[in-house]
Design a binder for this molecule. Structure first.
Ligand SMILES: N[C@H](CCC[C@H](N)C(=O)O)C(=O)O
Length: 274
């Protein structure tokens, strides 16, 4: 089955976007998503994004990590889809209805309200998500937030000094996190600036993570470490996050379209029908 796809990215966090709203339904399995995301034998991306018709929004957005896991939210991809849909769109996701609009070369997306209760992250047992009594080597006392997807956030003196390639996978798959977890390691430079590196659930180290920037910013605001809006600078560049308790998160940043191409989907993983 020939399908058209768009290669896009948000600060280097890259996506293959298949718009199946006007084509025949596209069967997406974990195996097919993994095959498409593979940077050696597939098209190559951090997440595979599938757009489907929606009864309540301009599109329903499904998100598949490079390991094939389907997940609830993806901030950078949401900005890319808003841009792809003409710069103003309502998008239905597992995590809820998201609104986005472009302004110049930036796209702002409203991501709903964060949740902080241990069982909303989720964690395997009750604990205070403002200073969790856990540690992995010298990464200790993290915070946690669910911004549609689950995040743990470590604030450290120097994020670039952390062996995140080694500690990320250990934390991601720790039994404390029944749904696994995105791992954020952040340094607060001043009340308006945070630097952040992310080990993403189901992907690994990425150039940027929109939901990671949101989870980190709301955790820092909640702890009184920064003001709002705050600039979160990732290896791929900066995002601006605006939030206050009782309000939805607003994330603003770029969305880049690289190219559009076609591929034969039957070359990637078997249909669920085998
Ligand atoms: N790896 C994340 C999904 C993508 C998040 C990131 N790409 C973003 O921009 O939010 C998860 O499993 O929840």
């Amino acid at each position: 089955m020939q399908v058209r796809f768009h290669k896009m990215h948000g600060l280097g966090n890259d996506f293959v976007v298949i718009d199946a709203r006007v084509t025949a339904p596209v069967e997406m399995t974990a195996a097919r998503a993994r095959a498409l995301a593979d940077r050696k034998t597939g098209v190559g991306c951090d997440q595979l994004i599938l757009l489907e018709p929606s009864a309540v929004a301009d599109a329903r957005m499904r998100i598949f990590n490079a390991d094939g896991s389907e997940v609830e939210a993806c901030g950078n991809a949401t900005r890319c889809v808003v841009s792809l849909l003409g710069g103003s769109a309502r998008i239905e996701t597992v995590a809820g209805l998201l609104e986005g609009r472009s302004a110049g070369d930036q796209v702002s997306v409203e991501l709903g309200e964060p949740r902080f209760d241990w069982d909303a992250i989720p964690l395997a047992y009750a604990m205070d998500t403002r200073a969790m009594p856990v540690a992995w080597e010298d990464l200790e006392a993290p915070m946690a937030a669910n911004v549609g997807n689950p995040h743990v956030v470590f604030f450290v003196p120097e994020t670039d000094a952390v062996a995140l390639d080694r500690l990320g996978p250990q934390i991601e798959t720790d039994p404390l996190f029944p749904a696994r977890i995105n791992v954020n390691v952040a340094t607060v430079d001043d009340r308006a600036n945070i630097r952040l590196r992310v080990w993403e659930r189901g992907v690994g180290l990425t150039d940027a993570c929109g939901t990671g920037a949101c989870a980190t910013a709301v955790s820092a605001i909640r702890a009184g470490l920064v003001d709002s809006p705050v600039r979160v600078t990732l290896p791929g560049g900066p995002l601006t996050i605006d939030w206050a308790p009782g309000r939805p998160i607003i994330m603003t940043g770029p969305a880049t379209h690289v190219f559009t191409a076609e591929t034969d989907l039957s070359a990637f993983g078997a249909d669920a029908r085998g």
